[in-house]
Design a protein around this ligand. Structure first.
Ligand SMILES: [Zn+2]
Length: 744
């Protein structure tokens, strides 16, 4: 997973004008642009104890089932699984991760899951033969590239192997060092303006808050002509400047190193050699030199302790105040006299990875299914990322599988997936999604991702807005282990203090939360396994975790000791996530009417359009057709609310059953209407018209026309606006089809 989840409330939007008109609120018009204004969004409040999509009788059955789920979720069994998962390093492609794949399959079978199988994919996964960083002038310093053993934590004595970044290029280079702060384009511009060129230099950057993906830093350095890039963790971001460090607290000690991949998977994720199709036996593979997602720059991660002598040896201009960090000297930018020799030798190999799959077959509509995924591979022990989520998933499988064995089967199927090589290029989920694309589009209902489930107690959820309602109702019904009250109430409190504690501290919010339905973030970026389901397949997705102060991400210290002493002693939140996740799955699997809210979704899209008109277009892009289509969708969404109520109240009959099936089939296909067949310009794999990740992994909304407008390519932007209008119209038509099919 990425450290500061880009799905988190990157932007919340005012209720759009069209919705306010429907509510009878006067809407001011400014320069011909209707603006969302503060208004009553009372119609979007979740009501009482309702279960969206359930008739009264079905809701009673569902509540009884969920009470059993909550009762049976057990902290001890969750913790026992977590101990096995974190016992040894288990990166993708390693023997240990295959052992764990077999073990997960065994746990799935023991839980009563059916059709349990391993899927093998052979993917580009080069490992290092050598990575070294040496300062050769003005003095000699050999970077240790190792983290300290911590006496209190015996696991840290294990050998984590060579420290490196996935997908780095190989080479042997020497050059003067330049410090470029976060390595964003503006940082290089500052350097240039101060007479410092990075051409053919070795560049040193730091991981940064607000977060930008390390692969983005690689791309920028590559474009600017650097010879190699080093990245370190400044104590200001995730170390002693933030608070107590491991083993006394959640933050990283001076020697901790953040590993990770630098794949350009914002261009195309998955195996770089099979962009857009599955890496199964006999599949066509392109040469790595032709892979658009493969960086050509050398890049290595170092600790703050190894970075300090290099940084301190720099002369040249004093770095701006915002570039200074927490190391005890004044940061200067160079170039030189520090000169650094970087040698990286990767083996260029393809390795097998293993996706484990199992399912609970539905009793009434077994072909239709919800997918629940978590990745298994870790950079080292994977305490938070991902083993907390893996333990959560196994606990949920144990309980839901047990209920099925007793005859309490969901109506529709629930598929469990343990992904592999997420840490590289979201690999396992992407290959599986590509392999089973036809079936997923035909039968998939939704995808719920939990990467790391727990680094604290603050619930964080990103989702498409059609599922806000489901998310909020679920949180309302789950008990927060700390307060003993509703998780929804605890969520509201943590949102109020959000800036203080998140995974990496990168959350930002541009609008106030108006009501509980605004708690989930609706700006989806990338950085975990939901990407293929949303952007390639057009399934509704949810991504969630419990977050908290977490400064050991992708280091050896993200382990069992950290979790049991700092992150989640007693496994309370890890187990609670099994309750949350399981309930969402059951509600999607058991609802009479799929619990999608397309009125709220359409109103969010209205917010995206308003923001685009204000910030980007300045009248250069004709938005009439886009706005008309959005209004049509919003109107259809409002009619769907009424149709749903009528459908749920209708008395049982064969006609009602048939009508509900037709209504559900239309509802299931709405998200898919938002896909462009050929993808967004320049990134054909990314097909969703509303969302694509930026190269930083942050969310970009309305990506086709926005990217064209950012490039001031107005003809393309206008063409993209028309294409977008077409997709919004198709979504509206599908909602209308559901309304027309509804029993009455
Ligand atoms: Zn992860």
């Amino acid at each position: 997973m990425i450290r500061a989840t880009a799905v988190r409330r990157a932007a919340l939007f005012a209720v759009p004008a069209a919705a306010l008109v429907m509510l009878g609120v006067a809407v001011p018009t400014v320069s011909g642009t209707t603006r969302g204004v503060v208004g009553s969004s009372a119609s979007y409040q979740t009501a009482g104890d309702s279960l969206r999509g359930f008739s009264t009788a079905s809701a009673d059955r569902e509540r009884a089932l969920e009470a059993l789920l909550a009762q049976r979720v057990n902290r001890d069994s969750t913790g026992a699984a977590f101990r096995v998962l974190t016992a040894e390093p288990h990166p993708a492609g390693s023997a240990r991760n295959k052992v764990l794949a077999d073990w997960v399959a065994e746990k799935y079978r023991a839980a009563g899951l059916e059709d349990v199988k391993l899927h093998r994919y052979d993917v580009y996964l080069p490992w290092p033969r050598e990575v070294s960083v040496t300062m050769t002038a003005p003095t000699r310093y050999v970077a240790t590239m190792k983290e300290d053993v911590v006496a209190a934590d015996p696991d840290t004595k294990q050998d984590p192997g060579i420290t490196y970044l996935g997908m780095t290029a190989s080479g042997d280079v020497t050059g003067e060092l330049v410090y470029a702060s976060s390595g964003n384009p503006g940082d290089y511009d500052w350097l240039e303006a101060h007479g410092v060129s990075v051409k053919d230099k070795i560049v040193l950057v730091r991981y940064s808050v607000p977060y930008s993906y390390r692969g983005y830093k690689a791309l920028v350095a590559q474009q600017r002509g650097a010879k190699a890039l080093l990245i370190y963790s400044d104590p200001q971001e995730d170390g002693y400047r933030k608070g107590l460090t491991f083993p006394d607290g959640p933050y990283g000690p001076l020697s901790h190193i953040q590993r990770g991949s630098i794949t350009y998977d914002f261009i195309v994720p998955g195996d770089p050699l099979t962009p857009g199709w599955a890496s199964v036996d006999g599949a066509k593979r392109i040469p790595i030199a032709e892979a658009r997602s493969a960086p050509t720059i050398m890049m290595a991660p170092i600790s703050a302790r190894d970075a300090a002598p290099l940084l301190e040896a720099l002369t040249g201009p004093v770095a701006p105040a915002s570039w200074q960090g927490a190391l005890p000297f004044t940061y200067r930018v160079g170039a030189g006299p520090a000169t650094v020799h970087v040698k990286i030798d990767m083996d260029g190999a393809t390795r097998p990875i293993w996706v484990v799959e199992g399912r609970i077959k539905g009793s009434e509509e077994p072909d239709k299914y919800v997918v629940l995924g978590n990745h298994r591979d870790a950079w080292v022990f994977g305490g938070v990322d991902p083993s907390s989520g893996s333990a959560t998933q196994l606990e949920m499988a144990r309980v839901l599988g047990g209920l099925a064995k007793e005859g309490r089967r969901p109506r529709r199927s629930i598929v469990f997936a343990s992904w592999d090589a997420e840490e590289w290029h979201l690999t396992g989920s992407t290959e599986w999604g590509e392999q089973f694309a036809d079936d997923l589009r035909k039968n998939g209902i939704a995808y719920i991702n939990v990467d790391g489930s727990t680094s604290g107690s603050n619930l964080q959820v990103g989702t498409v807005a059609s599922l806000n309602h489901l998310v909020v109702e679920t949180a309302r019904d789950v008990t927060d282990p700390a307060s003993g009250g509703s998780l929804l109430a605890a969520w509201g409190k943590s949102l109020a203090g959000e800036q203080a504690a998140t995974i990496g501290g990168g959350a930002s919010r541009t609008n106030a939360v108006r009501n509980t339905l605004d708690y989930p973030g609706n700006a989806l970026g990338s950085g975990s396994d939901y990407t293929v389901f949303l952007n390639f397949l057009g399934l509704p997705v949810i991504e969630m975790s419990f977050g908290g102060p977490y400064g050991v991400y992708h280091s050896i210290y993200d382990d069992y000791y950290w979790m049991t002493h700092v992150g989640d002693p007693g496994f309370r939140y890890m187990a609670t996530m099994a309750d949350v996740w399981g309930r969402m799955a059951l509600r999607l699997a058991n609802a009479d009417v799929y619990p999608f809210d397309f009125q709220l979704y359409a109103s969010r899209v209205g917010g995206f359009i308003d923001a685009f008109a204000r910030q980007t277009s300045n009248g250069r892009v004709a938005l009439t057709a886009v706005r008309a289509a959005q209004r049509r969708w919003l109107t259809a969404g409002a009619r769907l609310e009424a149709a749903q109520h009528a459908a749920l109240a209708a008395s049982p009959s064969a006609a009602r059953t048939a009508a509900l099936a037709a209504m559900n089939e239309a509802l299931r296909q709405v998200e898919q209407q938002l896909l462009f067949v050929d993808g967004i310009p320049g990134r054909p794999w990314f097909k969703h018209a509303l969302y694509a990740p930026k190269s930083t992994y942050a969310a970009m909304t309305l990506p086709g026309m926005r990217e064209a407008a950012d490039d001031k390519h107005w003809p393309l932007a206008n063409a993209q606006a028309l294409a977008l209008a077409g997709r919004l119209d198709a979504a509206a038509a599908m909602v209308e089809r559901a309304v027309a099919a509804a029993p009455r």
